[in-house]
Design a protein around this ligand. Structure first.
Ligand code: PEP
Length: 252
């Protein structure tokens, strides 16, 4: 079983003062244990602040996106090498908000995952269906297609990624997938990964979509749910810590 991972996605939220208060509260409440990794994926301008705040603690750091390119004339982009310099361990790639508002395709997402892996950054590859796709019975087809692109581009390195299943209809809506709905999709993804790598057990498959302290335990108790990618609730230290505690309880 992969180590459980609880990763916060701050999205475009924060300020120097708010970040400091949040991270200090997280660090004060965190339990450093071998079974659960806790990470925050922050807006790029705050990477330096987080690098300082988390120094010497178990809190891990991630970016919310990464360029598919190494360096050069790509205004506004942040490279994997830059993330690495700030001590980031993770980079979210293919978040549905990037796919929706920035036109990111399956191929671009796969290339971003490759760029991250080339610099020792673990891509948290987000996949998930819209409500219309779910209602049309296309969930499995959509998530398999999205994951297949990443597998195709990354070959044997696929065992180094993290997958986040995030049904788009559940993101930021307060509508969490039921544990059964999430588990069904996670099992499909697990089978797809098993066929792609001799080391599928290394790959954590996270659930994301309105995961809250109230819903965390039932989701995290599912056999193929290895953690969570948390948006809104990661901005409140007590909620985020409670989700991490629910993950820890599953490992006990
Ligand atoms: C996300 O942004 O990845 C997310 C899951 O958001 P929320 O938890 O707010 O639904």
């Amino acid at each position: 079983m992969a180590k459980k991972l609880i990763a916060g996605n701050w999205k475009m939220n924060g300020s120097l003062a708010a970040n400091e208060a949040l991270v200090r509260a997280l660090i004060a409440g965190m339990v450093d244990d071998a079974n659960v990794t806790v990470a925050v994926c922050v807006p790029a301008p705050y990477l330096g602040q987080l690098q300082m705040l988390r120094a010497g603690t178990a809190l891990e750091l991630g970016g919310q996106d990464v360029s598919a390119h190494e360096q050069g004339a790509f205004t506004g982009e942040v490279s994997a090498a830059m993330l690495k310099e700030f001590g980031a361990r993770y980079a979210i790639v293919g978040h549905s908000e990037r796919r929706q508002y920035h036109g990111e395709t399956d191929t671009l997402v796969a290339d971003k995952a490759r760029a991250a892996l080339a610099h020792g950054i673990t891509p948290i590859v987000c996949i998930g269906e819209t409500l219309a796709e779910r209602e049309a019975g296309k969930t499995e087809e959509v998530v398999k297609r999205q994951l297949a692109a990443v597998i195709h581009t990354n070959g044997h390195c696929i065992s180094e990624i993290v997958v986040a299943y995030e049904p788009i209809w559940a993101i930021g809506t307060g509508k969490t997938a039921t544990p059964e709905q999430a588990q069904d999709v996670h099992a499909v993804l697990r089978a797809q990964l098993r066929a792609a790598t001799p080391h599928p057990e290394r790959i954590a498959i996270l659930y994301g979509g309105s995961m809250s302290a109230a819903h965390a335990a039932s989701l995290l108790s599912q056999p193929d749910i290895d953690g969570g990618l948390i948006g809104g609730a990661s901005l409140k230290a007590p909620d985020f810590l409670q989700i991490a505690a629910a993950a820890r309880a599953q490992q006990a």
